[in-house]
Design a protein around this ligand. Structure first.
Ligand code: HEM
Length: 540
């Protein structure tokens, strides 16, 4: 058969298009050529399918949101490895409040406007409330369990229901005593370790231990008795490692499936962290179970409740370990981080400290510590906390959502299986909402008496205080406990101490530690008791 006279039009077209027709080519050469071209066409087709697994245009011809053109295979990855929030902010200014980019084969859609967050994440929560099954975070570290990174499915519903029972407002009322006690213990530790103002102190591990003790009480009915307890350093290291392994845009292995098959450092770290979480927090649950079995009277706590319900709820040991980890990781580095940013910021603003002291002395006096009941009468302290959360959100990229259906919004197509990020950095720095947005100024919140957990439900999304706790059906369930803990710690530290920078040791407020959660890099300050009453009130 003469290939030149074949009616195979695509083959002829390929040859003509490539300009490689050779009148004297043998049949064998042509057959080889034909096979090669078909193989290239096949690879190109599947390469495209692999690179762009989502459709880019909907049935009406609306395209995906605009965005930066990335590099082949890597997409926009190289532009997001350091301070990704600044790149997202830059692109928001360039491409608008809804834009997109690729990382490997994954489409990301970035929302930088409160109304769009509400329209998509809240109003269309049935579509935008899943999580991508990330290779490192969901598959390797959590092995598909827990709450934070489980797709929107029955497993997530069950785990969130079980955990929420311990985090709703009514349950949190039952922890007020613990939160109160641990905030006072924190002051005592800062007083002792700072030698009543005589010695410089790094408040970070103390803030971390306070948050750790609060979560330990809720989960295991237990606490550490000192900063030197071996669990303190270990638990804080686990939280930090979690934050450093799970940045939503920082692991290329999450987006290039081929890398997942090859040995690599991130996968090894993820596996090691999984083992450590199961050994540590699953191990503490096992010890608790032993005590229950031995007939010991154990405290009412989360571990007890889930161990008792394990048959009925069909929870295996890994479920229990990862459920406990959601509190021990999600509830420690987060609140700890806000207290750390507060301690780093406030020494550099003596006039703000003075105003806070004046309010505390006027409302609370010098004979007792501030309590939760005082919060409504302390608008300036309340405003300081909101402003810290605005400028130092520990998670600028939050925990990304994942879309479960194609959706077209204002003429822009968001295909099913898009990762959707609430760009809180841009919203927290929007000059039309926050005048002089780069300046730390608590006054901007002075008239906002809402708790953040209340503010999240406001009908007008432009009036919401900030986006630190996320939005919609996956909003942080720990926000009630977090807010009370933060208020007690910050109001009491301000009540007790005058915080000073140390000459020659400027505090770096730009650099931070962590890829997913942010904490300040280590620093030291001087915490000087405001008067002799502090020692008496703390009972030292
Ligand atoms: C300052 C403190 C905290 C911050 C900034 C914070 C922030 C967040 C954010 C941004 C999300 C994702 C929300 C979304 O998907 O839109 C989240 C989810 C979550 N947080 Fe928090 N959080 C804090 C404290 C806590 C505490 C104290 C706990 C536990 C007691 C906790 C447990 C969780 C859990 C389990 C989820 C997953 C919810 C889900 O996917 O359904 N968080 N948090």
């Amino acid at each position: 058969m003469d290939f030149m006279s074949t009616s195979n039009s695509s083959f002829s077209a390929q040859r003509l298009a490539l300009g490689i027709v050779h009148q004297n080519a043998s049949n064998t050469q042509l057959a080889v050529l034909s096979a090669s071209l078909s193989a290239i066409a096949f690879l190109l087709y599947h390469f495209r399918e692999w690179v762009f697994p989502s459709r880019l245009v909907d049935k009406h011809g609306y395209s995906i949101p605009p965005g930066p053109i990335g590099l082949p295979i890597l997409g926009s990855f190289p532009f997001l490895t350091h301070y990704p929030e600044l790149t997202l902010d830059y692109w928001a200014k360039k491409f608008g409040p809804l834009y997109s980019f690729w990382l490997g084969n994954q489409l990301f859609v970035i929302i930088s406007d409160p109304q769009i967050v509400k329209d998509l994440i809240v109003t269309n929560g049935a579509i935008f409330s899943s999580r991508k099954n990330m290779f490192i975070k969901s598959q390797t570290i959590f092995e598909g369990r827990g709450i934070t990174d489980t797709p929107y499915n029955e497993c997530w519903r069950k785990h969130r229901r079980i955990a929420s029972a311990f985090l709703v407002q009514r349950a949190v009322d039952g922890y007020n005593h613990t939160l109160d006690f641990e905030a006072t213990e924190l002051l005592k530790e800062l007083y002792r370790h700072g030698q009543a103002g005589a010695a410089p102190i790094n408040p970070q591990p103390h803030a971390g231990r306070c948050s750790l003790n609060n979560m330990m009480s809720i989960v295991y009915g237990d606490r550490t008795d000192s900063i030197n307890h071996p669990l303190v350093a270990h638990a804080l290291k686990l939280s930090r490692e979690f934050m450093n392994c799970t940045g939503p845009v920082s692991n290329l292995v999450d987006f290039i499936p081929l890398l997942q098959k090859l040995p690599n450092r991130m996968t090894s770290r993820g596996k090691k962290l999984h083992r450590a979480l199961v050994e540590t927090y699953g191990g503490m649950a096992l010890e608790f179970e032993e005590r229950m079995k031995s007939g010991e009277r154990v405290p009412e706590c989360f571990a007890k409740a889930i161990l008792e319900a394990r048959e009925e709820e069909k929870l295996d040991h890994k479920d229990i370990s990862i459920l406990c980890s959601a509190f021990m990781v999600g509830g420690v580095e987060t609140t700890g981080s806000i207290i750390q940013w507060f301690s780093a910021l406030i020494p550099t603003y003596p006039e703000i400290q003075a105003k806070a002291h004046e309010e505390l002395d006027r409302v609370v006096g010098r004979d007792r510590l501030p309590t939760l009941e005082d919060e409504k009468n302390l608008p300036y302290i309340h405003a300081i906390i909101k402003e810290i959360e605005r400028v130092h959100n520990p998670f600028w990229l939050g925990a990304p959502h994942f879309s479960m259906q194609d959706f077209t919004y204002r003429g822009q197509f968001i295909p099913k299986d898009s990762v959707v990020i609430i760009n809180s950095y841009t919203m927290h720095h929007d000059p039309s909402r926050h005048t002089d947005h780069h300046i730390f100024n608590p006054e901007r919140y002075i008239k906002d008496s809402t708790l953040s957990s209340e503010s999240a439900n406001l009908a007008n999304p432009y009036e919401r205080d900030h986006w630190m706790f996320g939005a919609g059906r996956r909003i942080c369930p720990g926000m009630w406990v977090a807010e009370r803990e933060i208020f007690l710690c910050i109001s009491r530290i301000l009540w007790a101490f005058r915080m000073h920078e140390i000459p020659g040791e400027p505090i770096d407020l730009k650099e931070y530690d962590g890829l997913s959660g942010r904490s300040p890099v280590p620093f030291r300050i001087r915490m000087v008791p405001r008067d002799d009453r502090v020692k008496d009130v703390l009972g030292l």
